[in-house]
Design a protein around this ligand. Structure first.
Ligand code: NAD
Ligand code: ZN
Ligand code: ZN
Length: 344
């Protein structure tokens, strides 16, 4: 089979031939129908994330069960599934609550999951180590649903934590309307009655944000001008939630200028921007957090929203061989919504 490999920091992804793996006891072999192209892969390719390589990229995956190892009970060949991405130990306190994204037994240097240290879904087939990491897709097609497992699950988890603050007269601000951001706008629209502002440096992305339900879109090239415009829209209470889906210095700076007292400043983007904090540098009571991905139960919730047509990922499909070029396009800001690699 063909696979897209991370071969070393600073080197482009490589498409190579590999033997098709076979599932051992407890494992499931999934035929990949879609693998989303996440900006985190660019961080992996450029900086690495302290994990061993080579491995097959693609951590946002969906497909069909191809074969099952001994002891797998709940799945059969042909079942359409989303693959839950953050692989925990399965039995610590967090994992018991399905928050494998916060597994207590994960250690730095260890794989985060398929595509992030273990072989992922940018290949014809992928091994999933346990049947508990699969969620039924129902009526959704793998090539369209793959981004839900990360681009939607990550903002869903972040927004859910802020929901009590997102009352109808409050405002949530999404910074960066890429893969995660375009899902965040839709999730805010269907989960809360709050007003939604979307910021990006690219007007095409802002057009998409409007289509997804943003009340106000703001070009954030000038941080000061954007802050003024957003603060005027929000009123004295400022933003109840700033969801930074970029995490670079300009968005972290902007976020700290628009976030309100007793609010959430949630940074999911991994752009390396720093926030200096003391008792007076951000508003009193503001909760700053850097959540990671989401839980297995939350993935079911996200899929349920998509199954009933309340959210969808705007996707562009590409062939597996095109992946290195797709990474270049993503880096150049030329992908609207999410690019999805379709191997099968
Ligand atoms: P993407 O490339 O699809 O989207 C990024 C968007 O940010 C683009 O629309 C781009 O125009 C915009 N942007 C760039 N610079 C900007 C700036 N200065 N101000 C405003 N907008 C700007 O990326 P993505 O796949 O949505 O990922 C976004 C970030 O989230 C990445 O850093 C990724 O690694 C991270 N991420 C984190 C988690 C997590 O669990 N914490 C999960 C997935 C992705
Ligand atoms: Zn990702
Ligand atoms: Zn665990």
């Amino acid at each position: 089979m063909k696979a897209v490999r991370f071969v070393g920091v600073g080197q482009p992804a490589q498409v190579i031939e590999l033997p098709t793996p076979e599932p051992k006891a407890g494992e499931v072999l999934v035929k990949i129908g879609g693998a989303g192209v996440c900006h985190s892969d660019l961080h992996v390719l450029h900086q690495g994330i302290g994990i061993n390589h080579p491995f097959t990229l693609g951590h946002e995956n969906a497909g069909w069960v191809a074969s099952i190892g001994a002891g797998v009970k709940n799945w059969k060949e042909g079942d359409a599934v989303a693959i839950y991405g953050p692989w925990g130990c399965g039995h610590c306190h967090s994992c018991q609550q399905s928050f494998e994204n916060y597994c207590e037994n994960w250690k730095p240097g260890q794989s985060y999951g398929g595509g992030l240290g273990s072989d992922g879904g940018m290949a014809d087939y992928m091994i999933v180590p346990s049947e508990r990491l699969l969620v039924s897709l129902g009526n959704l097609k793998p090539q369209d649903a793959a981004p839900l497992s990360d681009a939607a699950l990550t903002p869903y988890h972040a927004i859910k934590r802020a929901l009590p603050l997102l009352t109808p007269e409050s405002t949530a601000v999404v910074l960066g309307v890429g893969g995660l951001g375009h899902m965040a706008v839709q999730l805010l629209r269907c989960l809360s009655g709050c007003r939604i502002v979307a910021g990006d440096v690219d007007d095409r992305k802002l057009e998409l944000a409007k289509k997804m339900g943003a009340d106000l879109v703001v070009n954030t090239k000038s941080t000061d001008e954007a802050a003024e415009q957003i603060n005027k829209f929000c009123g004295p209470r400022k933003a109840a939630l700033v969801l930074d889906c970029v995490g670079v210095q300009p968005t972290v700076n902007l976020g700290s200028k628009i976030v309100g007292m007793n609010s959430h400043f949630t940074i999911v983007g991994l752009g390396g921007g720093k926030l200096t904090m003391d008792g007076f540098s951000i508003p009193f009571g503001c909760m700053v957090s850097t959540p990671y991905w989401g839980s297995r139960a939350e993935l079911q919730e996200v899929l349920s929203l998509a199954q009933s047509g309340r959210i969808h990922a705007e996707v562009t499909h590409f062939k597996l061989d095109e992946t290195p070029k797709v990474y270049e396009k993503l880096e150049a800001g030329q992908i609207q919504g999410r690019a999805v690699i379709v191997p099968n």
